[in-house]
Design a protein. Structure first.
Length: 347
C-alpha cells in the first residue's frame, strides 16, 4: 500500500514538473510577450522575466522592442526636373504597441520595408536634383512622415529616415563639374577685378602724393632699382627721365643772350616766306587776268525736216505711214549742196 502511494506521488510530481516545464516561459528585458489563448488575444501583455502559460491553450508571441535599423534598397527614379537618379536610404523604427504589431499586420518588418521603398520612389519624383543633393534634411522629414502615417496603426513608430547616397549618371556628373568650374572661374575674375579697382585707387592716391613731392618719385625709382638688383640678373634696365637730360643739356650750354646764333635777316626771310603766295594762288595786289573765252562757231546746217509718223505734210487726207527703209541713206562725204562725192551702194 505504501509502495503504491509512493509511486502515485512520484507520478504526480513528475506530471507537475512536466507541466511546469511546458508552461514556463522567460521574456527578455527588451521583449514583450503577447499571449493568444485559444486564438484570442489575452488582455495582459507579459512583462520581462519569468511567466507561465497554459500548455496547449495559450500561445506566447515575443515582440522585440529595440530600435531596428533597416536599410532601404536603392531605388531608381526620375526627379521633377527629368534627371535619372538612384537613391538608397536607411530607416530606424521600433515597436511601441506589441499587440498591434502582432494582430494588425502579418509581418511588420516586411511591411515597413515595402512602405519605405514606395515612399522613397514617391519623394524622388516630387523633388528636384538640387534638393536631393543639398536639402536632404527636408526630404528626410517628408519621407519620415510618409512612412509613419500607416505605421502608426501597426504599433510601429518611425524614429528617423536618412537618405544615404544619390547616384548620378556620368554625363550629369561631368555637366555639374563644368558648372562648378565655371562658377569658380567667375568668382575668381570678380575678385581679381575688385582687386584691380582697389589697387588703381591706391595708385592714384600715391601718384597725387608723389606729384607734390618730386623727390618721392626719385626715391621710388631707387627702390625699384634695388629690387631689380637683388635678383641675379646680368642686365639691369635703368629708366632715366628725359626731362633730366634736357636740364643737364641746358646747364652745359650755359645762358645765351636773346637772339644769339640767329641770322639778322631771319625775321625778314620768315616774313617773305609767309607772304609768298602758294602755287596756283594770285597775290593780293596783283590783278587777276581774265581768261580768253574761245568763240565757238556754230555751223548750222540745213537739215531737211523728216516727216513725222502720223502727220500729213500738206493738205488734208489720210496720214501716210512712215517707212524707215524709204529714207535716203546718209553719207559722211555728202557735200553741203546736197550732192555726193561718190555714188552710194546699199548694203
Amino acid at each position: 500500500m505504501v509502495q503504491e502511494l509512493v509511486v502515485a506521488l512520484v507520478a504526480v510530481v513528475s506530471c507537475c514538473l512536466l507541466y511546469a516545464l511546458a508552461a514556463a516561459r522567460v521574456v527578455k528585458q527588451y521583449e514583450r510577450g503577447v499571449v493568444l489563448r485559444l486564438g484570442r488575444l489575452h488582455d495582459q501583455v507579459r512583462a520581462p522575466g519569468f511567466t507561465m502559460i497554459v500548455p496547449g491553450v495559450d500561445r506566447l508571441r515575443k515582440v522585440n522592442m529595440q530600435i531596428v535599423t533597416m536599410p532601404v534598397p536603392a531605388q531608381d527614379g526620375i526627379t521633377r526636373d527629368n534627371v535619372t537618379v538612384r537613391v538608397d536610404a536607411v530607416i530606424y523604427f521600433k515597436v511601441v504597441d506589441p499587440a498591434s504589431a502582432v494582430i494588425q499586420v502579418e509581418d511588420y518588418r516586411f511591411a515597413v520595408s515595402q512602405m519605405a521603398q514606395t515612399s522613397l520612389r514617391s519623394i524622388i519624383g516630387k523633388s528636384d536634383l538640387d534638393d536631393l543633393l543639398s536639402d536632404r534634411e527636408k526630404l528626410n522629414q517628408g519621407l519620415e512622415l510618409m512612412i509613419d502615417s500607416p505605421a502608426v496603426g501597426w504599433g510601429v513608430q518611425i524614429d528617423r529616415v536618412e537618405i544615404k547616397d544619390v547616384s548620378l549618371p556620368e554625363t550629369m556628373k561631368r555637366s555639374m563639374a563644368r558648372q562648378a568650374e565655371a562658377d569658380r572661374e567667375r568668382r575668381a575674375r570678380v575678385i581679381n577685378a575688385d582687386a584691380e579697382l582697389q589697387a588703381s585707387k591706391k595708385l592714384a592716391q600715391a601718384a597725387s602724393e608723389m606729384s607734390t613731392q618730386p623727390a618721392a618719385l626719385q626715391l621710388r625709382l631707387l627702390q625699384t632699382v634695388v629690387a631689380v638688383a637683388a635678383e641675379k640678373n646680368s642686365t639691369l634696365v635703368l629708366p632715366f627721365p628725359v626731362e633730366l637730360l634736357r636740364f643737364l643739356e641746358r646747364a652745359q650750354q650755359g645762358p645765351q643772350p636773346a637772339g644769339a646764333g640767329e641770322p639778322q635777316n631771319a625775321s625778314a626771310e620768315q616774313r617773305a616766306v609767309e607772304e609768298r603766295p602758294a602755287p596756283g594762288e594770285a597775290a593780293a595786289d596783283e590783278p587777276v587776268p581774265e581768261e580768253p573765252v574761245a568763240e565757238k562757231s556754230v555751223v548750222e546746217e540745213s537739215v531737211p525736216e523728216r516727216p513725222v509718223r502720223g502727220q500729213a505734210l500738206t493738205g488734208s487726207g489720210p496720214v501716210p505711214e512712215f517707212d524707215p527703209d524709204g529714207l535716203p541713206e546718209f553719207d559722211p562725204e555728202q557735200l553741203t549742196d546736197g550732192t555726193h562725192a561718190k555714188p552710194l551702194t546699199r548694203h
